[in-house]
Design a binder for this molecule. Structure first.
Ligand code: ATP
Ligand code: MG
Length: 208
């Protein structure tokens, strides 16, 4: 079994996440992709994060009807900060081939995660590469921080989609369109529960 894992805050989950997962599935011939919302995303400290149950339900709505996608609540159920290292080691222990899927922005942040060296020893990394990116995904800084990382990365070609959860939260708050950026089922959860309408963003916190 070949499994990709897409971890994220998913606040909210959007088209970029789906396209990233589909690209990784195609390139690496994955049997399935697990979407794993972080319970307590400690790297996003500095802004208010939507309750985990809401992010879990939005992620379920995102993958409705996508037969190769599975949502896991493994991090939402675990107490304390969500450490990707723990999740990946726990899952990979069961055997099979595992990839952690991530965008280039998350790869650059990887050295600041908890025990990143254990992440790249437990699983391979599937990293989105944009068509106009000839080099620069694995930077010298990344190699210095995590020696040997280049041998653990598979690059996944993916079109550049300038879509982010941060922008979508502002769109909902400001009443600008989210159609096609958010799945209709995700937007329905947002509307029903009134998520993002009051806009309590911390403008000082840079998006991760
Ligand atoms: P935020 O704006 O709050 O940072 P986000 O849109 O980046 O949110 P995350 O939940 O932080 O979403 O991202 C989870 C994973 O999806 C990360 O590995 C991130 O790099 C990747 N990702 C998110 N948006 C895109 C996109 N448009 N294209 C490629 N990868 C993406
Ligand atoms: Mg991000």
């Amino acid at each position: 079994m070949r499994t990709g894992i897409l971890g994220g805050t998913f606040d909210p989950p959007h088209l970029g996440h789906l396209v990233l997962a589909a690209a990784a599935r195609h390139t690496l011939e994955l049997d399935r992709v697990l979407f794993i919302p972080a319970g307590d995303p400690w790297r996003k400290a500095g802004r208010r994060v939507t309750p985990a149950e809401d992010r879990l339900d939005m992620t379920r709505a995102l993958v409705e009807g996508v037969e190769w996608a599975v949502v896991s609540d493994i991090e939402v159920r675990r107490e304390g900060p969500s450490y990707t290292t723990e999740t990946l080691e726990q899952l990979a222990r069961d055997g099979g081939d595992w990839w952690f899927i991530l965008g280039a922005d998350a790869l650059a942040d990887l050295p600041h995660w908890s025990h990143p060296e254990r992440i790249i020893s437990a699983v391979r990394l599937a990293v989105a590469r944009r068509p106009d990116e000839t080099d620069g995904v694995i930077t010298p800084a990344l190699q210095a921080a995590l020696p040997g990382i280049e041998a653990r990365v598979d690059l996944v070609p993916m079109p550049r989609l300038d879509i982010s959860s941060s922008d979508l939260r502002e769109r909902v708050r400001d009443g600008r369109p989210t159609q096609f950026l958010l799945q209709d089922a995700v937007r329905a959860v947002i509307d029903r529960r009134g998520i993002y309408f009051d806009g309590d963003e911390d403008p000082g916190a840079p998006p991760l």
